[in-house]
Design a protein around this ligand. Structure first.
Ligand SMILES: *Cc1c(COP(=O)(O)O)cnc(C)c1O
Length: 371
């Protein structure tokens, strides 16, 4: 058996009538950017996440950049991010000329916490980005409370967590604004790039809506400085509307996969990166015990035909193409975890046989570690 880490062709069947209809409808309409599909998608998305404003943009990284810009990040200012979240927030901050500082993460969830944010607080902080990594829910409420006491805005990066809730609230509703990516592998993925900023603050929603289109307040009238072109196109919007209708079911399918992995690891020294509540499981990420060889673990899975990956292999502070942080912080957990994390297959269309086979892999790996 071969189990891929993901297989997008299973989620968007070439023959899917809903997708075909959506694409054909747009192609025949003669309206390809910011038309009726885009407007409808923004409304349906806002409704889904329970926030009044959703603004479509061209990617999740653009969403971060525009949201940071909208909350007042400026060249020479500082943005706090986690160093284990793929580098997207650091790239967005660097584009704005902001410096970054890195907050460490919790050792079982691998998420930023109010405590780790508090330890890194310092002068010149323009914003904090908290990432709901792997679909797990960070304590964004606690982080926002702490930051707001210091007058610092919070952006929630929900690129991996759309559909996740905690205490009845959708992720993205605690910060000043939140960002989404519709990159094809995300829980709500399109047939190309896309992203959105969601927010309860109408000032931020309006600013991002201007920034994404040249700084226009009205057609051909540039009132806002710093604008660019970052639009979500009509075909993506139409396809994402179909995806949005299926999202809760597909998230539940991921949840079923994760519970089986979780059961297989019940008395194993291997942990699954999970938050205490909520979560939608974008990725299934193992945390191997200290001292275990990740290379051997990968080989064991590879010999069984099971694909693995590492999210992410290089923490931001070790990336050659990112500027050094404004000041050094303690990143002991980030450092240690980056050597011990391993992603195993997790997508809604995994078959029961495939999940069972991965569970057998987990059992074999556990046995190899305890003997
Ligand atoms: C994918 C991702 C992004 C970036 O989204 P793109 O659409 O690829 O630009 C940002 N943050 C997180 C956590 C992501 O997983």
């Amino acid at each position: 058996m071969r189990v891929p880490i993901n297989d997008l062709s299973r989620s968007w069947q070439a023959t899917d009538p809903d997708v075909q209809t959506a694409i054909t409808r747009v192609a025949a309409s003669g309206w390809y950017v910011h038309g009726p599909e885009h407007g409808a998608f923004e409304q349906e998305l806002a409704q889904f996440v329970g926030l009044p404003h959703a603004v479509g943009v061209a990617s999740g990284t653009d969403a971060l950049e525009l949201a940071l810009q909208a909350v007042g990040c400026r060249s020479g200012g500082i943005v706090m991010v986690a160093a284990n979240a793929g580098g997207y927030a650091s790239v967005a901050a660097a584009k704005l000329g902001s410096h970054v500082i890195y907050a460490d993460v919790d050792q079982s969830s691998l998420l930023m916490t109010p405590q780790s944010v508090k330890r890194c607080m310092g002068p010149g902080l323009d914003a904090v980005v908290v990432t709901h990594l792997y679909g797990n829910v960070a304590d964004a409420q606690g982080i926002a409370q702490l930051c707001h006491e210091h007058g610092v805005p919070v952006i929630e990066d929900c690129a991996q967590a759309i559909g996740a809730r905690s205490a009845g609230q959708h992720v993205g509703s605690w910060g000043d604004a939140a960002t989404l990516s519709f990159y094809p592998t995300k829980n709500l993925g399109g047939l190309g790039d896309g992203g959105a900023v969601i927010t309860s603050r109408s000032d931020i929603g309006a600013t991002v809506a201007e920034l994404r289109q040249y700084g226009w307040s009205h057609r051909y009238r540039i009132d806002r400085p710093g604008g660019s072109n970052s639009r979500l196109d009509e075909i993506q919007a139409a396809v994402l509307r179909v995806g949005l209708r299926r999202l809760n079911d597909r998230n539940r399918a991921r949840e079923r996969v994760l519970s089986q992995y979780s059961a297989a690891l019940e008395s194993s020294p291997i942990q699954l990166a999970r938050s205490r509540e909520g979560g939608v499981h974008h990725l299934a990420v193992l945390i191997l015990p200290t001292g275990a060889s990740r290379a051997s673990a990968r080989e064991l899975f590879a010999n069984m035909g099971i694909a693995t990956d590492i999210h992410y292999p290089i923490p931001d502070h070790r990336q050659a193409g990112l500027p050094p942080p404004a000041w050094e912080t303690d990143l002991a957990v980030t450092e240690s975890a980056s050597e011990r994390i391993l992603s195993i297959p997790c997508f809604p269309e995994l078959t029961p046989d495939e999940v069972e086979w991965v569970c057998q892999g987990l059992n074999r790996l556990t046995r190899s570690l305890v003997t």
